[in-house]
Design a protein around this ligand. Sequence first.
Ligand code: NAD
Length: 522
Amino acid sequence: MLVPTFNVRGPNVRESEHYIEADFHYRKSTVVVGPDGTAQVKPTAELYTFRTRKHVGRVGVMLVGWGGNNGTTLTAGIIANKLGLEWRTREGVQQSNYRGSIVMSSTVRIGATEVNEDVYTPLRGLLPMVHPNDLVLGGWDICGENLGTAMQNAKVLDVDLQRQVEPHLEKLTPLCGVYYPGFAAENQRERASHILPGHDKAGHLAKVREDIREFKERNELDKVIVMWTASTERFMRVIPGVNDTADSLLASIENSHEEISPSVLYAVAAILEDSPYINGSPQNTFVPGCVQLAEHRGVFIGGDDFKSGQTKFKSALVDYLVNAGIRPTSIVSYNHLGNNDGKNLSSAPQFHSKETSKSNVVDDMVRSNQILYPREEDGPDHVVVIKYVPSVGDSKRAMDEYVSDIFMGGKQTIVTHNTCEDSLLAAPLILDLVILCELSTRITYRTASTPGFVQFHPVLSLLSYLLKAPIVPRGMPVVNSLFKQRACIENILRACAGLAPEDDMRLEHRALPPYKHVANGI
Ligand code: NAD
């Protein structure tokens, strides 16, 4: 059974006009491992009080790379949903929807009725969240095409839908982008015709900050989230005194240092404007200086690289294999695509950024099982190949081969083939990132050791489910496993709403009469 909303009535939850406040006993175990390898486990519980502001306000999203395949697909998708559009396809009439968004299209179990029928609510029903139809979109692009033309060039959406949204999209034109040759692939240079003039990076920073402020004021927004969905850049060199601290980074922008990339400039502008910044591509925008700036300012950052297709599947499949006691020995991931992203990635330095973000996604699963992998270096061979094939356009093909050791020296080979429009997977992820990030700005918590109510750490690891190479606060282990990442989102939201975490014990179904009495309990 699905219910749209619910109220939690219990001593742990208090709801006022402005807030939902919930007490939650967070249980964890502290383990001390002795020199002989024996472990002493001490279970502890700490009281967290979560306070969620109910008023969502008006939310704006500024996309860097607004005129790209993801940007135009997202914008057209929101307009279509807002207008309730339907369009004809070969298979019949298609309605607008938000498939692929965990917030909009996945459910969570809130409990069971007295006759043990499970009751679900949409994930978005757990707490007040912004509806995608209410988002105000804007952004920058180095290509000055209006979004209608850009959407047609992207060749992602059905023609009958394009025809209906075009009149709305053609009125939207991105702001001039920041372009420094050498960061995106050389083959993107011809697109770069709509850019901020000159080489003064401090001037560019000031202009991007002004763009954010102006967008916020003009649209009467309460907050703006800035997201990079522009072309993948090469990695920035991390240089002491240039970008390793917040101060050095700001000074390097002032001096127009050559190693300041466009992405770090947008990120710094967003942080200085108190706007969260999310990196949907693999480059290392979050150099130490950028992370430190976000920490000093208390502004959320999230990244890196949308986890949309092949990697999402990998982080579910490898989790299954390793937790089944099966030992993957090689993972070979090949894909080809023909959109502008593929063209950009056909250049070696940009491919290297993508290869890196795709490569580490099984590391935590390998580390979690020393029965299968006694040493970290025994992990599976992992190879990633990307090829540019223009004729397939946005319809990316991903082929993966997983070879594993099974019982008694046997081998298991799993081969998968995934075909799908890349941007139709990425657009709902962008929404989830925005919605969860915005929600996080309204959640505070208090424990015995905090100085009152505080926000989550600025490095917003809660978003990991949606990102290929999640960045996490210093010292926190990275979790790539898809199921754990989703459980993290669900359980934190449940705690804020006053619900117990979903532990799947289902004792109400297992501990049932007729009872068999066992003498002495054994
Ligand atoms: P795209 O090439 O269609 O769009 C990128 C846009 O960014 C282009 O319009 C380009 O003109 C613009 N751009 C480039 N540099 C810019 C700058 N400095 N400032 C402003 N605009 C700039 O690519 P896409 O398919 O929309 O993908 C966008 C990004 O998302 C890529 O980096 C891609 O690797 C990443 N990504 C996509 C997916 C997916 O499933 N689609 C998954 C993971 C990551």
